[in-house]
Ligand binder design. Sequence first.
Ligand code: NA7
Length: 544
Amino acid sequence: SDGDARECVDVLIVGAGFAGLYAIYRMRELGLRVRCIEAADGVGGTWHWNRYPGARCDVESLDYSYSFSNDLQQEWTWSHRYAEQPEILAYLNHVADRFDLRQHIRFETRVTGMTFDEARAVWTVSTDAGPSIEARFCIMASGNLSAPRVPDFRGLERFRGEWHHSARWPREGVDFTGKRVALIGTGATGIQMLPKIAAQAGFVTVFQRTANFSVPAGNHPMPKEEDREHKARYPELRKAARKQSSGMSRVPIPTMSALDVPHEERLRIYERLWAKGGSNRMMNAFNDMMRNEEANESLASFVREKIRSMVKDPEIAEILTPRDHPIGSRRLCVDTNYYETFSRPNVKLVDARRTPIQEITEKGVRTTEADYEVDAIAFATGFDAMTGALNEISITGRGGMHLRDKWSAGPSTYLGLMVHGFPNMFIVTGPGSPSVKSNMVTAIEQHVEWISDCLAHLDRGGIATIEPRLDAEEKWVQHVNDVANSTLFPRANSWYVGANIPGKPHVFMPYVAGLPAYIKICEEVVAEGYRGFDFRKASVGVRE
Ligand code: NA7
């Protein structure tokens, strides 16, 4: 439709968050022409959109940052152990400016469709604004927790108050002073939000469907010495991070089973970790936390006991106590005063498992048991995780195959990076990658580096297309499942399996063998001449 104005690039990148920004940087280093398309009016991805009260990273700042530039890591100083959203967003803006990345980004533009032309080996990418773009390669850096989801409650359109989803929070914030607020959802987001909203609002009613485990963040201002010491040891620490299942540098690698340690000693260890704060240390206390039920239960019961001790009302404590899944099988949440907040006089907990939300009325939330009149609703109801953002784009691969159709029974990828039938399309932190089970930034850097090495390899060999073979993909999906099934992860209904979206196929999506195991496989694949991938040389007369 817009033929003449078409832009031609080597690499089209979707999204300008942590992954997209680094992808721009790396692909440009290769001398490739790069275009990045971003829906928002600024960089930051997750950290652009998630402006809700209390939004904070649950990975320590010193690890949740890029390692690719020593100058960058030396010049940036984090104010806290865990950075708040505005600080991470400021960091990403700094990165965009410092490396002059903005010139490659088209903002306020959404990719709507992508079609692969097999004869010419190019992707045509259409957007909701401006001409389409032709690219030899596409890098989907569109995020795996980026398609927000408001449950389709009957009657929401009738609600007279205001409502917001956590990941579409207004830039100017929301003033809840004196207001009655319904908070729906108690995952990582709701747990961060509640203490902040309760401190401001007149009254908060929290609707909890599934009780989650949460441990204290133990956040504090960054001690000067820690910052100094970290900067002196960055190269070593970054290397250490990639050797960690969690992708974090300073979580000791556990060598012992929880069952090797007497009960009293185990409790002392848990107490120490509880006092230190953070979820990853907790889950890495022993090496069999996610493999052995008894080991897992030793920690779960410790945390349940803590919940009982922090919540004054035993009935409320009971509702808040998770009993239906192993600890860590849903993302272990990290909080600041979450449980304590339920003892405030202006906070009420509704058990939305026992009395589910039926509809939203003009005045508020109706459960099977009661009406709750509110002035505002905060939805902390999560995302169409892992596949949502990709499935929002109409992606047509070889032979007219649609990604959505291919994935109708659940996503399949090879290494989480590529999909059979969709040549030259790379995914960063896709289903089948270890990203959500490790420090996202460490995983992102590894993925982007793998992709850039791959593109360099293709160009050196005059190769036009790369595509995983179907058997390699099937084997990978099987492997991802086998690994998951050897752990306690599949014991929970969570966004890891798509359980939070009605009708979404239940498939375990993250690769939970840990980052080092994944990196090793990626390296072997390359060493064996890109095992499992098919290459096609450019045919004569085709561009480049
Ligand atoms: P999550 O972890 O998916 O949490 C969403 C919450 O919303 C969770 O408590 C859900 O209950 C709840 N929810 C969803 N639909 C409903 C309905 N219909 N009724 C009641 N409650 C509902 O999203 P977050 O944003 O907290 O965190 C996502 C990830 O981002 C997090 O893991 C970090 O990695 C960062 P459910 O548990 O499904 O019963």
